[in-house]
Structure formats: C-alpha cells, structure tokens
Design a protein around this ligand. Structure first.
Ligand SMILES: Cc1cc2nc3c(=O)[nH]c(=O)nc-3n(C[C@H](O)[C@H](O)[C@H](O)COP(=O)(O)O)c2cc1C
Length: 392
C-alpha cells in the first residue's frame, strides 16, 4: 500500500449481502461493513506497540474485517487507563504502529486508531492482573507507572475502590487546552503511521464522556453547567482533530449514547451532539453506552443497536456495537438502516475469522471465497468441494 492511496478495492466478489458491500467514507473505500472494535490489551511498555499488538490486530485482517481499530491510545502519558496502554504522545511510538498498519493494508483491511484520554479513570490497574499486584521485578519489566489523574471535577469515579480509582485533580483552562493539543499531536502522528481513520474516544466515562455527563462534570465555568457548556470540550477536540486530519480521511467519534442513569446524559443529548459533530466534519458516530459506576444498560443481544438507529436520525452515519454475533443480525442492522457499520469486540476475539464465516453464511460459496487470503482461498474451496460444504 502506497502513501496516500486510500482506496481498498473490494475483492472481486459481487457481494449479495449488505454487510459485505463496500462503504465509501470520504476518500476511503471499506471492502465491507465489518469492523473490529477497539480493545485495550494493557500489554504495551511506555506506550509502544509490540509483537502482541501486531499479531492480535493482524489476525483480524486475515479474517476478512473491513476495518480494524487499534485500542484506546493515550494522547498524553497521564491520559492512559493504565501504564500498559498504547500511546501516541511521542514520535518513537509511530514506527511500531506503522508496521501494523502496513500489514493490515497488505490484506486490504483499513486501519483505524482510537485516540483517548481516560481522565479520572486513568492510572488504574492492568485489568487482567486484577489489581496492583506487580512484583518489583515485574514493575521494571512492564514499565510500571502510577500517577494522579486529571478530570473536569475533583470527584473520583467511585468511592468503592480507592486504591484503583483516585480523586483526580480538577483541570484548569490551560490543562484543557494542553489535552486538546495532545489530541491534535497524536492525530498528526496517526497520519504519519499511515492510519486511514481516527476515532476520538468520547465514551465509557473517560475524559470527554466525563465532561459531557452531569454525573462527573460539576464545573461552573464555560465547560460545565448547561448541555452546551458540557459539550464544549468534545466539540473543541473534534474541531481541532478534524483540522489536523487530512480531509480525505474519515473521522469517527465513539460516544456513550446514554449513561443509563436518570438525570445523566441521554439519547436526546446524543442526537444533539451528533448534529454538532456532523457540522464539524465528523463522519461516523460509534454508538456505545455507560461507563459510570452504578449506571448503564442491561447487556443483552443487540442491546445497543437502538442507540445507533436513534443517533442516525441526526443525519450522520453510525456504527453499531455490543453483543452482535449472529451474521443474520449483523446483516439486518445494515439492511434495516439501523447503522452503516457493525463493530465486534469479544465476538472477534472468539472468532477472528468471523467475517469469512459470516460471508459464507450470508452469501454462500462462489465469490465469497475471495475474501480469504490468497494463500488459503483455493485450499479452503477444495476442502469444501470434497466435503460438499457451502455450495463450493
Ligand atoms: C478486551 C476488551 C478491551 C476493550 N477496550 C476498549 C477500548 O480500548 N476502547 C473502547 O472504546 N472500548 C473498548 N472495549 C469495548 C469494546 O470496544 C466493545 O464496545 C464492547 O466490548 C461491546 O462489544 P462486544 O459485545 O462485541 O464485545 C473493550 C472490550 C473488550 C472486550
């Protein structure tokens, strides 16, 4: 893939399903509508991607996904959820990501990255360790760091686990401006790494979500109080990132379309925000929910799809995510106009070849084999013919 070439030609298949039809976003053509949702691995040292990230992400390209979005990546060191997060606050972090991007491009999969700041939910334990239980030797090995987080207001995420969630320092105007600049600088580095899209992380009770929600934002300045004031930081970041990101590349924002709390951020607020984001040049709203202690929707099959459908009424493309696993459901989401893209996280971990399998389930044999990597395609077809599978 050459620099500046943003077109990912669909494989020669004549796709019958909507899920496996291409989607054009600005200058980017996705070969299909299947997306790997960002997934923190807490496996980086000093924010640098390594072989774990390369293999973890690369297998989704072999599996036929149209777009793979790299995990929440800290725009500043103190914006990391944990010391194990990826980062893009320094130039040395570009090259290992570039290696991943190049591999994805070689498989005709577009590469995206989620840029985030965790706010008061920063400096928490590496989730899969279950707590701050590192030995001194492990701390050295893993690049352990621990710091006091920053947030819109000096209120901890929860009182229940004070060792995991500290009381943050309230950001002043200069601190807010510094983080906005961090988003801009990280966006420029994402461009240098060759990414095709950037997603701003505005969901899950992290910094932007903390500004949006009255649950976490108790400010009395121009960033707090009314909904317009609480939206200000999200809109400033979106505007600054859009200005720094090439006009031919799409920009996504993930939001918690609802806090799932009475008196919190709700779906009407999200529709209003989405309209403003569209005006600023955001192309897709990735519709998630929750992130505040004690609140949230009850997870169930397809439970967040209605959020994507509601936000789409703002006249902007949306991505649905959350317990989507059946190919027929994914097809219906696109075909019914609930969303333009379908993102999978745990289902992708469970089956990195999910698009390959889903394409056969929806479109049978024939051209659907063309989604397989060229090294495997004809061998799989031969096997299926011998066994009488998939109408091969
Ligand atoms: C291991 C793991 C890590 C995650 N990390 C992130 C992340 O970095 N950013 C984010 O916005 N969501 C993150 N999520 C949430 C997923 O992107 C997704 O929205 C959620 O898991 C629901 O989709 P699923 O039911 O297909 O798993 C993570 C989820 C998992 C399972």
């Amino acid at each position: 893939m050459q620099d500046g070439l943003l077109v990912f030609p669909p494989t020669p298949a004549v796709a019958m399903s909507q899920l496996f039809s291409p989607l054009t976003l600005r200058g980017l053509v996705l070969r299909n509508r299947t997306v790997v949702s960002p997934m923190c691995q807490y496996s980086a040292r000093h924010g640098l991607a390594n072989d774990w990230h390369f293999v973890h992400l690369g297998r989704f390209a072999l599996g036929g996904f149209g777009l793979v979005i790299v995990e929440a990546t800290g725009v500043t060191p103190e914006g990391r959820i944990s010391y194990g997060d990826l980062g893009l606050w320094g130039d040395s972090q570009i090259a290992p990501l570039r290696r991943i991007v190049d591999f994805l491009h070689g498989q005709h999969t577009a590469a995206g990255i989620q840029l985030g700041h965790a706010g008061r939910k920063a400096s928490t334990p590496v989730w899969w360790r279950g707590g701050f239980n590192e030995t001194e030797a492990e701390k050295v090995d893993a690049g352990y760091e621990h710091w006091v987080p920053v947030a819109p207001s000096a209120i901890p995420h929860t009182e229940k686990h004070p060792s995991d969630f500290q009381t943050p320092t309230e950001l002043d105007a200069a601190g807010i401006a510094r983080i906005t600049q961090g988003f801009v600088d990280a966006t420029c580095r994402a461009g240098q790494a060759g990414f095709d899209m950037v997603e701003i992380h505005g969901a899950h009770g992290y910094l932007i979500s903390q500004f949006l929600s009255p649950l976490a934002n108790k400010r009395t300045d121009r960033y707090g109080g009314s909904r317009d004031n609480r939206m200000r930081f999200a809109l400033e970041v979106a505007e600054a990132v859009r200005a720094a990101w090439p006009s031919e590349k799409p920009l996504f924002m993930r939001i918690s379309a609802t806090d799932g709390s009475p008196g919190g951020w709700g779906i009407e607020d999200s529709v209003a925000l989405a309209g403003e984001l569209k005006r600023l040049g955001v192309d897709v709203i990735d519709c998630s929910s929750g992130g505040f202690d004690g609140y949230g929707l009850q997870p169930a099959n397809l439970y967040q799809v209605p959020l994507a459908r509601a936000v789409r009424k703002a006249g902007i493309a949306t991505m649905a995510v959350g317990l989507i696993s059946d190919p027929a459901d994914a097809e219906a989401i696109v075909a019914n106009g609930d969303a333009d893209l379908v993102a999978l996280a745990r289902t992708a971990l469970e089956d990195p070849n999910w698009p390959l399998h889903a394409h056969h389930a929806l479109d049978g044999g024939g051209d659907a084999y063309d989604l397989w990597p060229v090294q495997a395609r004809n061998r799989i077809r031969d096997r299926d013919r011998t066994l009488g599978l998939r109408g091969a």
